[in-house]
Every structure is written in structure tokens, then in C-alpha cells.
Design a protein around this ligand. Structure first.
Ligand code: ACO
Length: 386
């Protein structure tokens, strides 16, 4: 490859050598540290998965117990951070609130010792512990309520649902939410992970690393398609409307939300797991009016676009699950962030171990040797009409 060749979006350019996760898009395989996602979803927990991603191996029983206990202990956020969050406008997007709050942690835990394993561990624990509390607290405060304090008797997933609803969740609901976190914890190189790594490479603090990744995840081209899926299912409204709706999208070249993926050319393995979770949830809590529509959408899209490798992705069934758990749709991307903190921190640690500051180049396409025109002689046309 010519080193000066410009590749928009750096498509297919490796940005790291990594042993954190692996995707085979032709076979529909996703592995974290070599372990298949299906196995982790069935047998593991989110915090066990976070430990695996960040420290590279599954924890022993006592390592996991200590890790969970540390996280439980650090869930509360400082009153001054709560007071700061109270001043956020209630109309602001929860992702902006989360980015600001994550960055604020750097003010309160300012000591930076990136070569000290104890500092690294504490930062990991604080971020995993406090990000869910911040998401739930800002959700309560924008509705005019006081935040609900973390409940020390509940595990990670159950405690988050408790802080959102003030009721102890049913064990199946908590287990399903925990699996959703595992499924979203990591996904090789992507925009927010790359953003985390670029920020990490300057040797800034981990709170800035996570804040910058949250800001990147917030854009509509990255997080957020599951919100669009729900909107689409509502718009379709009935099973009979599915076929004409999809045919119309295809004729008019509109993207069908929750389908297609840059890497997967078969059904995303996470979509299979989420679909089965959705079914378990509906069996327990009652039928969801949109599930039958979703099944028909998947059938028609496969029939019409399967030959192009377009199948359901992770976002297609996650919105249905979150809605059934009582989570408002503008919190779907913050939920993604809660889970992805694990992956971002794993990449932060991996980056620190072999760090070289990111400093790509550019292909300059501007002018040279331009005259300096005195201000009184400048015309609008010289500024391209702006
Ligand atoms: N609906 C209809 N047609 C589609 C879809 C879709 N969802 N996705 C791709 N296609 C078609 C394109 O129109 C194009 O057709 P053409 O070759 O006839 O022009 C072909 O498939 C290739 O599409 P690209 O957009 O070039 O594929 P790319 O790999 O760049 O895009 C993406 C992947 C962005 C995910 C795309 O499939 C999409 O926009 N999907 C809908 C949004 C969505 O669900 N996003 C979540 C992705 S998962 C995640 O980010 C966590």
C-alpha cells in the first residue's frame, strides 16, 4: 500500500494488535479472549466477562468475589457530582449527561499513576461501579426525582434496574439484563474504542478516556440504531403491513433499521441470543405486541436481502428487550455505554502496555503561497460565499 494513499474512515487499516476480541463475519463468530460469546452469555456474568476482557483471563472464584465486592463498595457517587448533575438541563440527552459526569470523575480522582497496578485496578473498579449509578441518577433527576441510592444487597444488573425503577427486579429480568451487558461489552475495533485508544495514547487519565469514548458512541452512526428499530416497528403497526413497508424501503433505497453490518454477513450471533432472551421475557411477563411484527420483518428482509448478506444485527432485538424491562428508549445508548466501559478499559490497558502516541498523517489538498489580503480589500467571494 502507498503510505500516502488516503482511506476514508481508515476502512480495513489495522489500528492495533489486539488479543481482546475476535469477529468472523462470514461464520457469525464473536469471541472475547478466545471464548465464544454464546458460552459467556449462557454460563458467565457481566462482571466476570469484564474481568476476562480487562485482565485477559477468567477470574478464580475468590478473585471474582473480591472484584464484585469492590465494585459494590464503590457504586455511590460523591454528593458534589450529584449536585453538579442536578444542574444539567432535563431536556439534555442522557449521553451528554453521562459524558460530562464521566469526565468529572477525573476532577475528584485526580492522581494519575499509570504505571501503578493498584491505580489501574481502582480506576477500573470506580468506572465500572459508578457509570451505572450516574446513568440512573441523571434519569431520576431529569424527572424531578432524587436519585435512588445503590442497593448493597443486589448484584450489578439487578442494582441498576432497581435504581431505575425503585423496585427489586424479578431474577429473570436481572439475568436477562446482565446477559445484554455481556453481549455489548466489546466488539473489536470500532469508532468509540478507537477514540478511547487515541485518548489513552496521550497518557491522560482513564476518566478522560471513557468520557471521550462516550462522546463518540453518542453519534447516530454508532450507538442508537435500536431506538430506530422500535420507531420502525411502531410505524409498521401490524403484521399485514410488514411486506409492503419493507418492499417500499427497498424500492426507495431506505435502510431497514437493525439489519446489515460492516463485518457480519450472516445473522449477528448477538441477535440470536437476544431473540431467545426476548422470547423468555415475553413468556414470563406477557406477549409484546411488536414481537410478531419483528419476526415478520426478519422473515421478509431475509427473503429480499439475504442474498446480499443482510441479516438482523445486535440492535434488532435489544430494543424490544429493553422496552419490556421498562427502560425508556433514549437510555438505550447509555446502556450500551455501561456495558462497553469494560471493552474500552481493556483496550486502554492494552494500549498502555505498548503505548506510542497516535499521530497519523494527512494528505494536504490546500493551496500554497497565498497572498495576505488586507481586511478592507477582502470580498465575500474570496470566502466561498460564507
Ligand atoms: N436495509 C436495506 N439495505 C441495506 C441495509 C439495510 N439495513 N444495510 C445495507 N443495505 C444494502 C445497501 O443499500 C447496499 O446496497 P447496494 O449495494 O445495492 O447499494 C448494500 O446493502 C451494502 O450497504 P452498505 O451501507 O455499503 O454497507 P455497510 O457495511 O457500509 O453498512 C451498516 C453497514 C451501516 C450497519 C448498514 O447495514 C446500515 O445502515 N444498517 C441499518 C442501521 C443499523 O442497524 N445499524 C446498527 C449496526 S450494528 C452496530 O453498530 C452496533
Amino acid at each position: 500500500m502507498n503510505v500516502c494513499e488516503y482511506i476514508p474512515g481508515l476502512e480495513n487499516i489495522p489500528a492495533a494488535r489486539s488479543s481482546i476480541s475476535y469477529v468472523d463475519g462470514q461464520e457469525g463468530i464473536l469471541e472475547y479472549r478466545g471464548i465464544r460469546i454464546e458460552e459467556l452469555a449462557e454460563k458467565g456474568s457481566f462482571l466476570e466477562t469484564a474481568y476476562l476482557l480487562i485482565w485477559g483471563e477468567l477470574p478464580t472464584k475468590s478473585e471474582l468475589e473480591i472484584f464484585e465486592m469492590d465494585i459494590r463498595y464503590h457504586r455511590r457517587i460523591k454528593y458534589r457530582i450529584r449536585d453538579m448533575m442536578k444542574c444539567f438541563p432535563e431536556t439534555g440527552h442522557p449521553m451528554d449527561a453521562l459524558q460530562t459526569s464521566a469526565a468529572a470523575l477525573g476532577l475528584f480522582y485526580a492522581r494519575r499513576a499509570l504505571d501503578n497496578p493498584d491505580y489501574i485496578r481502582k480506576a477500573v473498579v470506580r468506572l465500572l461501579a459508578k457509570i451505572p449509578t450516574m446513568v440512573a441518577a441523571s434519569h431520576q433527576m431529569r424527572r424531578g426525582n432524587d436519585p435512588i441510592q445503590p442497593n448493597d444487597n443486589l448484584d450489578y444488573a439487578a442494582n441498576f434496574l432497581y435504581m431505575m425503577t425503585e423496585r427489586k427486579p424479578d431474577p429473570l429480568e436481572a439475568r436477562i439484563f446482565d446477559v445484554c451487558l455481556t453481549l455489548h461489552a466489546e466488539h473489536t475495533m470500532n469508532a468509540s474504542t478507537f477514540s478511547a485508544m487515541v485518548t489513552a495514547s496521550t497518557l491522560t487519565d482513564p476518566y478522560a478516556v471513557v468520557a471521550s469514548a462516550v462522546g463518540t458512541l453518542a453519534g447516530p452512526l454508532h450507538g442508537g440504531a435500536n431506538e430506530e428499530v422500535l420507531r420502525m416497528l411502531e410505524e409498521i403497526g401490524s403484521v399485514e403491513n410488514v411486506r409492503p413497508y419493507i418492499e417500499n424501503c427497498i424500492v426507495n433505497k431506505h435502510k431497514i433499521m437493525g439489519f446489515g453490518h460492516r463485518v457480519y454477513k450472516v445473522k449477528d450471533p448477538r441477535a440470536n441470543i437476544l431473540q431467545s432472551l426476548a422470547e423468555q421475557l415475553f413468556e414470563k411477563t406477557g406477549h409484546d405486541e411488536y414481537y410478531a411484527i419483528a419476526l415478520e420483518v426478519e422473515k421478509v428482509v431475509e427473503e429480499k436481502l439475504g442474498h446480499k448478506g443482510i441479516y438482523a444485527n445486535v440492535d434488532f432485538y435489544s430494543g424490544l428487550v429493553y422496552r419490556k424491562l421498562g427502560i425508556p428508549s433514549d437510555l438505550f445508548t447509555p446502556l450500551f455505554a455501561i456495558a462497553r466501559v469494560a471493552g474500552w478499559l481493556a483496550h486502554w490497558k492494552e494500549q498502555l502496555a505498548v503505548n506510542r502516541i497516535f499521530r497519523p498523517t494527512q494528505v494536504y489538498i490546500g493551496e500554497h503561497n497565498m497572498p495576505y489580503i488586507p481586511i478592507e480589500k477582502r470580498a465575500m467571494s474570496q470566502r466561498n460565499g460564507h
